[in-house]
Design a protein around this ligand. Structure first.
Ligand code: NAD
Ligand code: UGA
Length: 297
C-alpha cells in the first residue's frame, strides 16, 4: 500500500541530524507533520529524560533542520490538551492560561509551543500547533486507559479507576482518531497561509495554535460502562485516588477557533467511537468468546 502511495519509511531518532539532513537533501519537503514524541502523562514520573530527549532536544533538532532548508517547510506539530494543566476555566480556549502544567510531559509540550514560537519569530518558520484531546480509536496506544481497560476486561483482570479529590470522577474530552486526522489534514492544507488568528502580519509567517477535541467530556466510569456494554463483560474495578498529581481532573475543548479557521468538526461521539474500537480490537487480536468460538473476523 505504501509503495502504491509513493510513501517510504526511514527509521531513526529525530535527534539524528545526519538522517534529517539526508532526508531533506533527497526531498524538498513543503510540509512537515511532526508527531514524534514521548507521549503519556504518568510515565514522565518514571522516565523523565525520555521526554526531554524526544520532546525538547528532538524538536529543536528538527526545527534547526527545517529553518536551514530551502524552501522552508510549513510545520504542523502535535501539542497537547495537557498544557492547560490546572486551568479551571472551562471549556479550555487557546488564549487561556497554560503556565501551570501538572506533569513533566505537559511542561515539555508547553515548552514546545514556546520553542516553535521563537523559530517562527527568528527564522520565519510557519508553525501550527495542534492541542489534541485524549485521542482514541483503532491502532491506538496500548498504554492508554481505553485500550488497557479493554485488554484487562477481556482477560478477566482488574482495572484501576482513578478518582480525583473528594472522590470526584475524572473526565476527559475523548476525541476519535478519524476526527483528529481530519483536523491534521485541514491544518496541513491551510499551513503557510494566513487564516486569521496566527495570520501573516506584514509578511510574517503564521504562528497558529488550535484545540482539536470533541467538546463533550465524559467521566472515566462512563467510559468503563460503554466498554462493558460492548464487551458484554463486567469489569473488575479497583477505584483508587489519582496517583501523584500528574493527571488533571478534567479536560474540555472549546473548538470554535479550529471550526472557524480550519473547518474542523468532530462527528464521532464516544459510544460510536468505542464501538468501532472494540470491533477492531476483537478482530485484530482475535478473541475467544469463552465458549470456544474465536471472534476474529
Ligand atoms: N494519543 C493522545 O491522546 C494524544 C493527545 C495529545 C497529544 N498527543 C501527541 O500526539 C503525538 C502522537 O502521539 P501518539 O498518542 O500517537 O503516541 P505514539 O507513542 O503512538 O506515537 C509517538 C511516536 O513517536 C515516536 N518517537 C518518540 N520519540 C522519538 C524520537 N526521539 N525519534 C523518532 N521517533 C520518536 C515513537 O516511536 C512513536 O511511534 C505525540 O506528539 C503526542 O504527544 C497524543
Ligand atoms: O489529551 C492529551 O493531551 C493527553 O491525552 C492522553 O492522556 P490521558 O487523558 O491521561 O489519557 P489516559 O492515560 O488514557 O487516561 C484517561 C483517563 O483515565 C484515567 N486513568 C488512566 C489509567 C488508569 O489505569 N486508570 C484511570 O482511571 C486517567 O486519569 C484519565 O482521567 C494521552 O495519554 C496523552 O499522551 C495526551 O497528551
Amino acid at each position: 500500500m505504501l509503495r502504491s502511495k509513493n510513501i517510504f519509511i526511514v527509521e531513526g531518532d529525530i535527534n539524528d541530524r545526519r538522517i534529517l539532513a539526508k532526508l531533506f537533501e533527497i526531498v524538498k519537503f513543503t510540509h512537515v507533520m511532526h508527531l514524534a514524541a514521548q507521549a503519556g502523562v504518568r510515565y514522565a514520573m518514571e522516565n523523565p529524560n525520555s521526554y526531554v530527549h524526544s520532546n525538547i532536544a528532538g524538536l529543536v533538532t528538527l526545527l534547526e533542520q527545517c529553518k536551514s532548508a530551502d524552501p522552508q517547510p510549513a510545520i504542523v506539530w502535535a501539542s497537547s490538551s495537557s498544557v492547560y494543566g490546572l486551568n479551571d476555566k472551562v471549556p479550555f480556549s487557546e488564549s487561556d492560561r497554560t503556565d501551570r502544567p501538572a506533569s513533566l510531559y505537559a511542561a515539555t509540550k508547553k515548552a514546545g509551543e514556546e520553542i516553535t514560537h521563537t523559530y517562527n519569530h527568528i527564522y520565519g518558520l510557519s508553525i501550527t500547533g495542534l492541542r489534541f484531546f485524549t485521542v482514541y480509536g483503532p491502532w491506538g496506544r496500548p498504554d492508554m486507559a481505553y485500550f488497557s481497560f479493554t485488554r484487562n476486561i477481556l482477560q478477566g483482570k482488574p482495572i484501576t479507576v482513578f478518582r480525583g479529590k473528594n472522590g470526584v470522577d475524572l473526565a476527559r474530552d475523548f476525541t476519535y482518531i478519524d476526527d483528529i486526522v481530519k483536523g491534521c489534514v485541514a491544518s496541513l492544507d491551510t499551513a503557510g497561509k494566513s487564516t486569521g488568528s496566527g495570520g501573516k502580519k506584514k509578511g510574517r509567517a503564521p504562528y497558529r495554535i488550535y484545540n482539536l477535541g470533541n467538546t463533550s467530556p465524559v467521566t472515566v466510569p462512563v467510559l468503563v460502562g460503554i466498554l462493558e456494554k460492548n464487551l458484554k463483560i463486567k469489569a473488575k474495578k479497583n477505584v483508587v485516588d489519582m496517583p501523584g498529581n500528574g493527571d488533571v481532573p478534567f479536560t474540555h475543548a472549546n473548538i470554535s477557533l479550529a471550526q472557524r479557521e480550519l473547518g474542523y468538526k468532530p462527528t464521532t461521539d464516544l459510544p460510536t467511537g468505542l464501538r468501532k474500537f472494540v470491533k477492531w480490537y476483537l478482530s485484530y487480536y482475535g478473541y475467544n468468546d469463552g465458549k470456544g468460538n474465536s471472534v476474529n473476523s
